[in-house]
Design a protein around this ligand. Structure first.
Ligand code: SF4
Length: 145
């Protein structure tokens, strides 16, 4: 069997910069170096959803964490995070290690360190509740390809 049975959870826009707020794209398509590093290390890649895209579409303006701080947005993030958890339980039942969560620093939604974004806040809480232990990594604010 060829599977290495390890997964990285990537914030959606790491693989798809078309999803970010218009002036803020930092690569033509996705961050190839990040993605290929994971593939070369035999990770399977799980692309997390982009909550901001789902909430306000592609014509949204740059917004702060406070701007996104509403009941409706938190409910959406919760629903999306629960859907991710459903998939992760299946992987765990099959002895796949969910090894890394890779976010985007300074995002109001997907930042992990510093001021945690809304989606990562909820997802990490759910992961912790079910005893998933993963390494946390982030795309830095100055990174581009
Ligand atoms: S950081 Fe998160 S919410 Fe923002 S574009 Fe990337 S995936 Fe979407």
């Amino acid at each position: 069997m060829k599977r290495d049975k390890k997964l990285v959870l990537l914030a959606h826009c790491i693989m798809n910069q078309n999803s970010v707020v218009y002036p803020l794209a930092r690569a033509k398509g996705g961050f190839k170096n990040v993605i290929t590093t994971y593939l070369n290390e035999n990770y399977g890649i799980y692309q997390l959803p982009c909550p901001e895209l789902r909430y306000l579409g592609l014509t949204r303006k740059p917004m702060t964490k406070e701007d996104y701080d509403s009941e409706a947005y938190r409910t959406l993030c919760h629903k999306l995070a629960e859907e991710v958890m459903e998939d992760l339980r299946h992987y765990r039942d099959d002895q796949v290690t969910i090894a890394v969560l890779h976010g985007v620093n300074h995002s109001p939604t997907c930042s992990i360190t510093g001021r945690r974004g809304h989606f990562m806040d909820i997802l990490l809480e759910l992961l912790e509740k079910e005893n998933f232990e993963l390494e946390h990594r982030e795309i830095s604010t100055s990174y581009e390809e």
